[in-house]
Design a binder for this molecule. Structure first.
Ligand code: FES
Length: 94
């Protein structure tokens, strides 16, 4: 299946997490820290550290290690803090 990250298409196998797919595709900068704007990448890969946050299909602050890839997903880096109304827009997203 095909997903896009920052506008670049990646061919990925079905059934893996978004974080795994992006790491295998060479991505390293998933988000930036709210304080200091430092680049961050997945660490625990099991939903604990929140270092893997991404904007997925327009919904910010998604834990990419817990979300399975779907064909056509559009994924962007999570840069800084998301707006509250953008997070609320993702409620009932899945
Ligand atoms: S990598 Fe730690 S919560 Fe996703």
């Amino acid at each position: 299946m095909t997903i896009s990250f920052e506008g670049k298409n990646l061919e990925v196998p079905a059934g893996i997490s978004v974080a795994s797919a992006l790491l295998a595709g060479g991505a390293r900068d998933f988000r930036s820290s709210i304080v200091g704007n430092a680049p961050r990448a997945p660490y625990c890969m099991m939903g604990v550290c929140f270092e893997c946050l991404l904007e997925i299909d327009g919904v910010p602050a998604r834990q990419s290690c817990l979300i399975t890839v779907r064909d056509g997903m559009k994924i962007k880096q999570q840069l800084g803090a998301p707006e509250l109304e953008d997070i609320n827009a993702g409620v009932n997203h899945e």
